[in-house]
Structure formats: C-alpha cells, structure tokens
Design a protein. Structure first.
Length: 148
C-alpha cells in the first residue's frame, strides 16, 4: 500500500449522508483536508492500530480527534470506544461520540468508557453543519492536547 494520508480527524460513520454533511461542515472552515473516513468499527480499529489494509500507516502519527458514531456494523461504537480508551497508546486521543442516539444508557456508558464529548446529531440541516463545524474548530484549533 502506498503512503497513507496523515489524518487529524478519523470519522467513523456508516451513513453516507452524514459523512457528506460532516465533511461539508469541516470543509466550510478549512478543517477537512486531513480527514479519513471509515464505515464500520472494525475498519476504525484497523486504522487506529495500523492493522489490515492500514498496516503501512505510521502508528506514531496520532489523531487529533475521533468522531465516532455508536450504531456501526461489525464492531459497535461502544466497543470501539472501550478498546481505544483501554489501550495505553490510544487512550489520550480525544473521542467525540457523534450519534443520533439520545438513549440515556448510551450516554452513561460512553462517559464510563472515557468519551471526551457526547453529541446528538441535530435533525436540522443547518444546525448539524454548525454543530460539526464547532466541534471541529474546538478539537483541532482550541483544545490543547498532551504532547505524548
């Protein structure tokens, strides 16, 4: 596999419409040039841990943030979150759950597993774009991550 794009954001989303909207919101604020999109939890873990088709990715290139849907094929978002936050190499990567689930048990479980933020996707198109742009601006430009 050739050089893989270095990503600041890993977008884990199986809904093509939500991927398109998320990328549009990030592009509007010039935040989309380092986004990698994966469509299921298994592919997300492969990317994060440089396995499978992502084995050539430099595992030392840390993501600035992961946008994670919960309702995913193969490996669900809560399991992905659990694996990320239980591994020394990845537990400091900020994870923002970006989902349509307002289920209290999903919110509580996400925070128990170490999520950095839980955001319910707005139904309104303009509000969705604004929310994603605000999240991207915060995690990429305002937040001060640890240097490790």
């Amino acid at each position: 596999m050739k050089n893989l794009k270095i990503a600041d954001i890993l977008l884990v989303e199986d809904n093509p419409s939500d991927v398109k909207l998320t990328l549009k919101a990030l592009q509007k604020h010039n935040l989309a040039n380092k986004v990698v999109v994966v469509q299921d939890g298994e592919e997300a873990l492969d990317y994060i841990f440089s396995k499978g088709k992502y084995s050539m990715r430099d595992i030392n290139e840390k993501l600035k943030v992961i946008f994670l849907d919960l309702k995913l094929p193969k490996v669900d978002g809560l399991e992905v979150l659990k694996i990320i936050k239980s591994d020394e190499a990845t537990k400091l990567i900020p994870v923002v759950v970006l989902t349509s689930s307002k289920e209290e048990r999903d919110i509580i479980e996400s925070y128990k597993l170490g999520v950095n933020s839980y955001i319910v996707k707005p139904v309104d198109f303009d509000q969705f774009l604004k929310s994603v742009a605000d999240i991207g601006l915060y995690w990429l430009l305002i937040n001060e991550p640890p240097s490790s």
